[in-house]
Ligand binder design. Structure first.
Ligand SMILES: [Cu+2]
Length: 283
């Protein structure tokens, strides 16, 4: 019922949609994002209707029953009927709002049966992404802002992705349920990518969960959305959603690079170890 209602309202407002989306939240590209958007519109229109009805009655009463026309204040103190009405009516309205809100929330928090788990850690002021998989070389990397200091401080000409571009984006496969485990290493951050309907606080010592299933390939951008210090505005999120094949190829390349690095580290270690044994590292 909620969907039909908000759908009708949306259709009625469609000529305004373009202008409206400049200030309204975005439904994004995911199914869950569309559900959240519908819920938001439904609740907003219920609030608008209540506001219009209450103010209409109030303004009418003030005008039509004004003292200068000889009206007296009516006495309804301790009226059981009125008291029951103003308790029961809001109660029913709240129940009507709680039903769609709860069903959407249950969907948002349904983190089960994810096909890919990614640990996201907030740092002052960058993000770390770790792909949690049972087998294979672990893949983990930091994602840093790449907007130049020159562009930030010395020019008024800002690029299209000003402060929203990173050196290593998070890569996820499309049409796959991806679960994010969100935490932080220093202070509270928040990982937010509106188009894929994920916004979760990153709190040191806690792991919060979120998930998405992105149907379309594309680049989705977001930001840290919890004031986390001087460079809070300089830790963007960039998510690349790619086809499964492309993702597998990317993962294989990342694993290869990670393996090479591990090998290099082992070699360095063993050389150091040898030097320790022979005592030749003192000079
Ligand atoms: Cu932050």
């Amino acid at each position: 019922m909620g969907r039909v209602f908000s759908g009708a309202v949306l259709a009625f407002l469609s000529p305004l949609a373009a202008a409206q989306n400049q200030i309204n939240m975005s439904p994004g590209v995911t199914e869950i994002g569309a559900d959240i958007f519908e819920l938001h519109m439904l609740i907003m229109w219920i609030c608008v209707l209540i506001g219009v009805a209450v103010f209409a009655v109030m303004f009418y009463s003030i005008y039509a029953h004004r003292k200068s026309k000889g009206h007296q204040a009516s006495q309804f103190h301790e009226s059981t009927k009125v008291e029951v009405a103003w308790t029961v009516v809001p109660f029913l309205i709240l129940i009507a709002m709680a039903v769609p809100a709860t069903s959407t929330l249950l969907e948002v928090y349904d983190n089960d049966e994810a096909e890919l788990d990614i640990l996201i850690t907030g740092y002052q002021w960058k993000w770390k992404y770790e792909y949690l998989e049972e087998s294979g070389e672990p893949v983990a990397f930091f994602s840093n802002l790449v907007t130049s200091q020159e562009e930030i401080y010395n020019t008024d000409e800002k690029g299209d992705n000003y402060l929203l571009e990173v050196d290593e984006p998070l890569v996820i496969p499309t049409n796959t349920k991806v679960r994010f485990l969100v935490t932080a290493n220093d202070v509270i951050h928040s990982w937010w990518v509106p188009e894929i309907a994920v916004k979760r606080d990153a709190i040191p010592g806690f792991i919060n969960e979120a998930w998405t299933r992105v149907p379309e390939e594309g680049i989705y951008r977001g930001q840290c959305t919890e004031l986390c210090g001087a460079y809070h505005g300089f830790m963007p999120v960039e998510v690349h959603a790619v086809s499964r094949d492309e993702f597998d190829a990317w993962m294989a390349a990342k694993r290869g690079a990670a393996a090479a690095q591990t090998q290099l580290a082992m070699q360095t270690l063993s050389v150091d170890g040898l030097m320790d044994l022979t005592g030749k590292d003192d000079g």
